[in-house]
Design a protein around this ligand. Sequence first.
Ligand code: DAT
Ligand code: MG
Length: 140
Amino acid sequence: MAIERTLSIIKPDATNRNLTGKINAKFEEAGLRIVAQKRMHLTKEQAGKFYAVHAERPFYDELCEFMASAPVVVQVLEGEGAIAKNREVMGATNPADAEAGTIRAEFAESVGENSVHGSDAPETAAEEIAFFFAGLEIVG
Ligand code: DAT
Ligand code: MG
């Protein structure tokens, strides 16, 4: 398995509850390295652009409102098979279905307010990293 990079976001429900460090510890315990990280307060428009793939879904407006409701921490995680590994550490989208020990099982409040985002494939990881970071900001 190759060394990959993936885009992670610690979402407003988690920054509101001061969980950034606990979530980062989960990534590091899984062998993922945080090679870029910044705290931002997204506008609803920026959130909408990031989640454009979900524009037709019934929860899109609520999702964009939520993502712009408080600061987020955007990150690049690096490691062996980082894309799949991060999805594993995150747990299922709906915390009710997430395996014990995963971030969403431990911290997520609902399917909508589920603490973290992680890219789902190499193409989306590349696009999502470029959405937030310039090459020089990523220090492996
Ligand atoms: P994931 O974040 O696990 O990749 P996704 O890409 O299907 O999940 O959806 C993106 C986000 O949209 C998800 O993290 C939370 C929100 N969402 C998904 N399904 C939802 C639903 N049924 N109701 C409310 N929000 C939902
Ligand atoms: Mg997704």
